[in-house]
Design a protein around this ligand. Structure first.
Ligand code: PMP
Ligand code: GLU
Length: 408
């Protein structure tokens, strides 16, 4: 009865774990939730006031499909001030969250059978959206010696005449790594040479502890021509539920995405868009406060891991709010003792990282996401979008579990 497209989709592993946490909490169990990547800060007051003003002034009607001109103008201003990028409002398409912007991009660009390079580990929705749009995800097996960051050489190695696009998540979910200007330039050069477009997912750009964050489109004029910059208000400003994402691209792409989005959703909620205008106007102070808090938690977590849990190394975090922990120390014990795997619909096949997070949830009441959901076995992702004490308690319980498994 169901279409092949839908039957082919693997449900989101991050969303599945979060749903399970909600169920456990509803049954009265107190869970430390370090699974879902959602800021623990509230939407800033000025954004809420922008929404309230819009409602009071009856600004609640249909508007232009690619978004309010006021919001697209504010986005252009942000791109200029923060990223040194010149875009005009006709190059911006505002959508219902970055997820829809990825969907718009894939439908605007891909023909059936076109290949899309996706460095693994990847954010869970990339391969599924590519498949929905008729494309073929091709996973790049990134290397530990590069902290699993995609390199220009890997694009050379994995691309074929069918490769149409590469998706780069920078700062990375789930790795927490950040590409340098030189690394981005090398990737852009090889993509330009080979006629490959770049979808540069920069939703975590403001949460960056590296010396600088560089947008892919800023590394050269050629890079800007082939890059679709993807961003939104869910992470840099905590506005996940308002559902505002956007792309900056060529006018031609923007027109194509607008035509597509015009049939699917029109524009996102006008009220959310007015909240977005206000949020972008006053973003600086709030973002700095949040980033300082994330940095403090990250440093405390890394220190704890180094000092108390050397069995579990972690990729050095430079941005976003994730730690990607190497739990390969428990591999042999878990594979030897596992008889049942959890039955959650996670991306990827059954795996020991999934077995590990199920034990962690059931026995220690801590939620994290298995590496297998991101296409990388042997790891778990910790979202440190929770208080420092909560993150440290979650890691301490993870440490207990590791020690118990190793003692078996
Ligand atoms: N890209 C990445 C890397 C993400 O982690 C997320 C998280 N939801 C998204 C895109 C989608 O964000 P949005 O809430 O704007 O749809
Ligand atoms: N992007 C977040 C995460 O990776 C939110 C969940 C989702 O939308 O997948 O956890």
């Amino acid at each position: 009865m169901l279409s092949k497209t839908v039957r082919n989709i693997v449900p989101s592993g991050t969303v599945a774990i979060n749903a399970r946490v909600f169920d456990l909490k509803a049954s009265g169990i107190d869970i430390i939730n370090l699974s879902v990547g959602e800021p623990d800060f509230n939407t800033p007051e000025h954004a809420k006031e922008g929404a309230a003003r819009a409602m009071a002034e009856n600004k609640t009607r249909y508007d232009k499909v690619p978004g309010l001109i006021e919001l697209r103008t504010a986005i252009c201003k942000k791109l200029k001030e923060e990223n040194g990028l010149d875009y005009i409002p006709d190059q911006i398409v505002v959508s219902n969250g970055a997820k829809q912007s990825i969907t718009n991009t894939c439908f605007a660009l891909l023909n059936s059978g076109d290949e899309v390079l996706i460095p693994a580990p990847y954010w869970v929705s990339y391969p599924e959206i590519v498949k929905i749009a008729g494309g073929v995800p091709v996973f790049v097996d990134t290397k530990r010696e590069n902290d699993f960051k995609l390199t220009a050489a890997e694009i050379e190695e994995y691309s074929t005449e069918k490769t149409k696009m590469v998706i780069l998540c920078n700062p990375s979910n789930p790795l927490g790594t950040v590409h340098t200007r030189e690394e981005l330039k090398a990737i852009a050069d090889v993509c330009h040479k080979k006629g490959i477009y770049i979808l540069s997912d920069e939703v975590y750009e403001r949460i960056c502890f590296a010396d600088e964050f560089v947008s892919m489109a800023a590394v050269s004029p050629e890079a800007k021509d082939i890059t679709i910059v993807l961003n939104g208000l869910s992470k840099s400003i905590p506005m996940t539920g308002w559902r505002i994402g956007y792309t900056a691209s060529t006018v031609e792409f923007a027109k194509a995405m607008t035509a597509f989005q015009g049939h699917i959703t029109s524009h996102p909620s006008i009220i959310s868009q007015w909240a977005g205008v206000a949020a972008l106007e006053h973003r600086e102070e709030y973002t700095n406060m949040m980033v300082a808090a994330y940095k403090e938690r990250m440093e405390a977590a890394v220190k704890y891991l180094h000092e108390e849990l050397p069995e579990v190394p972690c990729i050095e975090p430079k941005g976003a709010f994730y730690l990607f922990l190497d739990i390969s120390c428990v591999k042999d014990k878990l594979l030897a003792t596992a008889d049942t795997f959890g039955n959650m619909p996670l991306s990827g096949s059954d795996s020991y990282s999934k077995e590990f997070v199920m034990k962690l949830l059931d026995e220690k009441h801590v939620a994290m996401v298995p590496g297998s959901a991101f296409g990388k076995e042997g790891f778990v992702r910790v979202a440190y979008a929770a208080s420092k004490e909560t993150v440290l308690e979650g890691l301490a319980r993870l440490g207990q579990l590791v020690k118990e498994i190793l003692a078996q």
